[in-house]
Ligand binder design. Structure first.
Ligand SMILES: Cc1cc2nc3c(=O)[nH]c(=O)nc-3n(C[C@H](O)[C@H](O)[C@H](O)COP(=O)(O)OP(=O)(O)OC[C@H]3O[C@@H](n4cnc5c(N)ncnc54)[C@H](O)[C@@H]3O)c2cc1C
Length: 446
C-alpha cells in the first residue's frame, strides 16, 4: 500500500498535520518513536492523585491556535496562581515585591526598562517569515544577545536580572543566541513583556489535567493511523514515492512530513542526502538546556503567607520558580526551572545533591515547610533520547542570515514541521500547531 502522506513525529506539530490530512480524506500514517504522543509535552500522573507537566505547560493570550485546540478537544484552562507577592533572593538578601520587576535602585531600573523597551521596539521591525531581510540583519546576527546587552544595558545589576529572564525564555545563556534570533523570537511571541509575564503573558494559564490532554485526544482520533514505538531510521526518496524504514517496518508514501526537533534529523539516514543547506542548517540548531524540578506539599502553604510562588534568584541552581498546584489547590506544587549553564552543572550532581540543593533554595525563599515535601522530582530534557534538550532549538550567531532560508524549504517530497519552523510562537506549542497546519496545507496544495 502506498500512503498519501506519512508523518514522522506525534508531537503537537505532527498530530495537527495528521488531523488536517485525515479530514481531507488522505490516506495517512503517523509514526512516533516514543511509546506515547505529545513529544516535549508530557503530563505524568503520580500516586497521591496529582499530575506534573514535565515539559510544556502554559498557554497565554495570543496563542489562539492552542486555545482553539484545547476547546475543540473538550479541555479547559485555569489561571496560574498569581495573588500576593513574589520573592527575590539576591546575594544574601531575601525580599518580597509586587509586580513583574523586582525592586532595583534607580540606575539599574532605568537601564533594565530601557533595554526591554528597545528590544521590543527593534523586534517589531523583523519580518517573521524572512528575518534575514532586515537591513541590520547581518550586524544583529553577528552578535549574541549578551554582546548587545553589554553595549546597551550599562548596569551589571540590570544585566543580571535580564539574564535570569532571558534564560527562562530561551533555556539558554544570552551568550548562546544571536541577537537577530532574540529579536525574531521576541516578536514571534508578541514582545518580551508577554514572554515574561504570568498575567497577560505566556504563563497566564494551564490546562486542567495537564498540557498533554489535547494531544491524547488527537491521538485517540488518529488511533487507526498512529503507530507508537516506530523510530524512523532511513528515508529513501525515489522519483514517485518516499520509503520510511526502521526496525521491523517499511512504509511507502507519496509525500512525507518530518515533524521532529532539528537535532533529531541528523540521526536519520537520507538517500539521497538532503540538500546541502538543509543538512548544514540542522547541524547548527542546538537545543536549549532545561531541567524542571518539582516539590509537592499537602497544600500550597506559601499562599497563606501572602506569596504567589514566583521567585527569582541568582543563588543556587533554580533561578525562577512558579506555583504549579492543581486548579483546586488540593496539593501545593512548587516548580523551579534549572536553566542554561546552571542545568549543565546540575546534571553532574548526584540525585541526592540535586534534591538537597533545590529544597535548600525553596526553603530559603518560601520558609521551613518547603524543605519537607511529600514528593520531589527533577526532570532533564537533555536526557530524553528523542528530544535532546529544550524548550526548543536555538539560533546561534550567523545561522539565520546564512542558512535560515532553508528552514521551511520543501526537500523533494519531504515537507517540514515542528515548532522550530513556526513564524508565530516559535518554540511554543502554539508554534508547533501552526507548523503542522502549514505543512498539511503545503501537501494539500501540491
Ligand atoms: C521543560 C519545557 C517547558 C516548556 N514550556 C512550554 C510552555 O509552558 N508552553 C508552551 O507553549 N511550550 C512550552 N515548551 C515547548 C513546547 O513543549 C514545544 O515547543 C512543543 O511541544 C514542540 O512540539 P513539536 O511537535 O514541534 O515537537 P516535539 O514535541 O518534540 O515532537 C516531536 C516528536 O517526534 C518524535 N520523534 C523524534 N525523532 C523521531 C524519529 N526518528 N522517528 C519517529 N518519531 C520521532 C518525538 O518522540 C516527538 O514525539 C516547553 C518545553 C519544555 C521541554
Amino acid at each position: 500500500m502506498i500512503y498519501d502522506t506519512i508523518i514522522i513525529g506525534a508531537g503537537y506539530a505532527g498530530l495537527t498535520a495528521a488531523k488536517i490530512l485525515k479530514s481531507a480524506e488522505k490516506k495517512i500514517k503517523i509514526l512516533e518513536a516514543r511509546d506515547r504522543v505529545g513529544g516535549r509535552v508530557h503530563t505524568q500522573s503520580y500516586e497521591g492523585g496529582f499530575y506534573l507537566d514535565l515539559g510544556g505547560a502554559w498557554v497565554g493570550p495570543g496563542q489562539d491556535r492552542f486555545y482553539k485546540l484545547i476547546k475543540e478537544t473538550g479541555n479547559t484552562t485555569f489561571k496560574t496562581f498569581n495573588e500576593g507577592k513574589s520573592v527575590m533572593w539576591f546575594g544574601d538578601k531575601v525580599k518580597t515585591y509586587k509586580g513583574l520587576i523586582p525592586p532595583l535602585s534607580v540606575g539599574p531600573l532605568i537601564s533594565l526598562d530601557f533595554g526591554i523597551k528597545k528590544i521590543n521596539k527593534l523586534s517589531r521591525e523583523i519580518d517573521l517569515a524572512n528575518p534575514w531581510n532586515h537591513p541590520n540583519a547581518a550586524e544583529w546576527d553577528s552578535m549574541t544577545l549578551n554582546s548587545w546587552l553589554l553595549k546597551n544595558m550599562p548596569f551589571q545589576r540590570a544585566r543580571d536580572l535580564f539574564k535570569i529572564a532571558a534564560e527562562a525564555i530561551w533555556a539558554a545563556d544570552p551568550n548562546e543566541i544571536s541577537f537577530l534570533h532574540a529579536l525574531f523570537y521576541t516578536k514571534s511571541g508578541e514582545n518580551l513583556d508577554v514572554l515574561m509575564n504570568v498575567d497577560k503573558g505566556a504563563q497566564e494559564e494551564r490546562i486542567v489535567g495537564g498540557a498533554q490532554m489535547p494531544a491524547l485526544k488527537l491521538a485517540a482520533e488518529l488511533s487507526n493511523e498512529l503507530e507508537l514505538g516506530r523510530v524512523a531510521k532511513k528515508i529513501t526518496q525515489n522519483e514517485d514515492t518516499v520509503i520510511v524504514t526502521g526496525e521491523g517496518f517499511s512504509y511507502e508514501c507519496k509525500t512525507l512530513i518530518i515533524a521532529i526537533p532539528p537535532n533529531q534529523v541528523g540521526k536519520i539516514q537520507f538517500e539521497p542526502m538532503l540538500p546541502a543547506n538543509k543538512t548544514q542548517l540542522y547541524q547548527r540548531m542546538p537545543m536549549g538546556t532545561v531541567t524542571k524540578t518539582y516539590a509537592v506539599y499537602p497544600k500550597p502553604f506559601w499562599r497563606e503567607k501572602g506569596l504567589n510562588g514566583l521567585a527569582a534568584t541568582n543563588n543556587g541552581f533554580t533561578t525562577v520558580t512558579f506555583d504549579n498546584s492543581p486548579k483546586d489547590g488540593s496539593k501545593g506544587i512548587l516548580m523551579g526551572f534549572v536553566l542554561a549553564n546552571q542545568a549543565k552543572t546540575f546534571a553532574n550532581l548526584s540525585p541526592e545533591e540535586r534534591k538537597s540543593s533545590i529544597l535548600g533554595s525553596f526553603t530559603k525563599m518560601f520558609g521551613e515547610e518547603a524543605g519537607k515535601p511529600e514528593f520531589y522530582l527533577d526532570h532533564s530534557w537533555a536526557e530524553e533520547e528523542f528530544t535532546g534538550g529544550c524548550y526548543a532549538a536555538l539560533m546561534p550567531p550567523g545561522v539565520w542570515t546564512s542558512l535560515g532560508h532553508a528552514l521551511r524549504e520543501v526537500s523533494g517530497r519531504i515537507h517540514w514541521a515542528g515548532t522550530e519552523t513556526a513564524t508565530h510562537w516559535m518554540g511554543y506549542i502554539d508554534g508547533a500547531i501552526q507548523s503542522g497546519e502549514r505543512a498539511a496545507e503545503e501537501i494539500l496544495k501540491r
